[in-house]
Design a protein around this ligand. Structure first.
Ligand SMILES: CC(C)(COP(=O)(O)OP(=O)(O)OC[C@H]1O[C@@H](n2cnc3c(N)ncnc32)[C@H](O)[C@@H]1OP(=O)(O)O)[C@@H](O)C(=O)NCCC(=O)NCCS
Length: 468
């Protein structure tokens, strides 16, 4: 096991641990075995994910590049924790292999969205061969139970079947895609029955029409349509695509539906397959799936890292409206004052008059809903790539729903974009909230000289610092 315990205090779904638990388990662990503390730390995530439906979809490249073994072991563990799992696999490189073996040339036809394989009768045979082989490999991997392996005692039943009804892709711009198809309907009832009886449902990218014809589908389409039909909590895509990047070339870790739509519309050089995947993910979110995660297929343990660590390792598309988080304008001054004044009166926030907020308004970010502000935070840069997070406040009526966390992440993101590497905060009563979010205790001497000079010794605020 890795000697450095991952940061497990809160995962990206906003699920957090009580400070008492985090502190006590880490203390006990330092005297004992680190894994005891790690296991205790992930317990709340396990409780939260129990009985939730996850569609896990992986590209065929994963089986080729890093092998199935570890992925299947991780999925078996998630299943043992009580998660309802539908596993969808891709087969693109495996189809290519089959075509090569039979000396058949791959044929693609272009649509305005993407390039799709033209699946003629010979290619369909290759698709069936590739899907059959990989499906058997997956079933075999789930059946392992050797002692001294993570699969010991797992006894997992995997169910596959004709859950997907397909329709032909048809003739587009004069090109007949023949046996290439699209998902027409998902038999959610039968899948749910299988999940209810503790089975893992395994879906290949093949579907059947009511006339009994088989169609070659994309695994992304199968996963998105199945998740939508099941109203799944999550889809986790393990894909070969590199992460999306923001204007400063930082990987995008979290995105709202609106942001994603704008991004996809503005990027001309997105790989067509990735564009298609992002559009399918957006459709799934609109159909009621809570979260879609995009993870690198070639990273061993990606699923576990994404689910059980604070920042995850991929990009998450969320259904919740995070688009109302924005930079402040002069029109927001009175709203910010309404949020901060009661806290200033209680001595929780340092006093800051209207003129100061007006002067510094460009440093503020706000969360609004129906044009009403209910959260704010400010970022002040100092020399040597240090920044101060100040004025973090969330309306008491909506506290506890993750807005504080979202503001913090936003400020961290903004700090990174401005080249800030260290963020500090001064607080009198919110120490534990920040400790749980990766800040550590520091002293007044650690502040930049300019900030130290105006430190208010009467307030005796605690100094907390985080690398961003
Ligand atoms: C701190 C604050 C911004 C958090 O906002 P929020 O939207 O409630 O934050 P989140 O939803 O992400 O987090 C809520 C969690 O933090 C915990 N929390 C709230 N205030 C806390 C505090 N002072 N100390 C420790 N934990 C706290 C809540 O109990 C909740 O825990 P749970 O998930 O286990 O139930 C908000 O409580 C606030 O405005 N406080 C007053 C102003 C303040 O102290 N600002 C910081 C000084 S700069």
């Amino acid at each position: 096991m890795n000697a450095n315990p991952p940061k497990l205090d809160q995962n990206r779904d906003g699920l957090s641990l009580s400070t008492k638990q985090t502190m006590s388990s880490h203390q006990a662990a330092s005297a004992n075995f680190p894994f005891v503390a790690w296991l205790r730390d992930v317990a709340p995530y396990i409780h939260s994910f129990r009985e939730k439906t996850f569609v896990i979809a992986f590209a065929g490249e994963l089986a080729q590049e890093i092998g199935l073994e570890n992925l299947i072991e991780d999925i078996a563990m998630l299943h043992a924790m009580g998660m309802r799992i539908v596993l969808v696999h891709g087969i693109r490189p495996q189809i290519e292999e089959q075509l090569k073996l039979r000396k058949i040339k791959s044929k693609y036809g272009k649509t305005n969205m993407s390039a799709y394989r033209i699946t003629d009768a010979a290619a369909l045979e290759c698709v069936k061969e590739a899907a059959g082989e990989l499906r058997l490999d997956i079933e075999a991997a789930f059946s392992r139970g050797l002692p001294n392996t993570p699969m010991a005692g797992s006894r997992i039943s995997v169910i596959s079947g004709n859950f997907i009804t397909a329709m032909p892709f048809g003739v587009v711009d004069g090109t007949d895609f023949i046996h290439t198809g699209l998902v027409r309907k998902v038999d959610a009832e039968s899948i749910n029955l299988s999940l209810d009886s503790n089975k893992i449902v395994l879906l290949s990218p093949l579907g059947f029409s009511p006339t009994g014809q088989a169609f070659n589908l994309s695994y992304e389409d199968v996963a998105a349509a199945t998740a939508a039909a099941l109203k799944a909590d999550k889809i986790l895509f393990l894909t070969p695509y590199p992460p999306l990047e923001d204007d400063n070339l930082h990987p995008i870790t979290e995105v709202s539906l609106e942001q994603l739509n704008n991004y996809v519309a503005s990027q001309t050089n997105l790989a067509p397959g990735f564009r298609n995947l992002l559009n399918l993910a957006a459709q799934a979110i609109r159909a009621g799936v809570n979260r879609v995660h995009f993870l690198p297929a070639n990273r061993d343990g990606a699923l576990l890292e994404e689910l059980f660590t604070h920042d995850g390792i991929g990009m998450m598309l969320a259904s919740s409206n995070i688009e109302n988080l924005r930079e402040a304008t002069q029109d927001d001054v009175s709203g910010i004052l309404q949020l901060t004044m009661p806290l200033e009166e209680e001595g929780i926030l340092a006093p800051r008059g209207q003129d100061v907020i007006e002067r510094d308004i460009a440093r503020f970010s706000v969360i609004e809903h129906d044009r009403v502000l209910f959260g704010c935070a400010a970022l002040f840069p100092f020399p040597n790539n240090i920044g101060e997070l100040a004025c973090l406040a969330v309306d008491s009526e909506v506290q506890g729903s993750g807005d504080g966390e979202r503001l913090l992440k936003h400020v961290e993101h903004r700090a990174k974009a401005e080249g800030i590497t260290k963020l500090f905060v001064l607080t009198t009563r919110t120490e534990h909230w920040f400790l749980k979010r990766g800040f550590i205790r520091a002293s007044v001497d650690d502040l930049p000289a300019e900030r130290k000079e105006i430190y208010n010794w009467d307030r005796k605020s605690m100094v907390l610092i985080k690398n961003v």
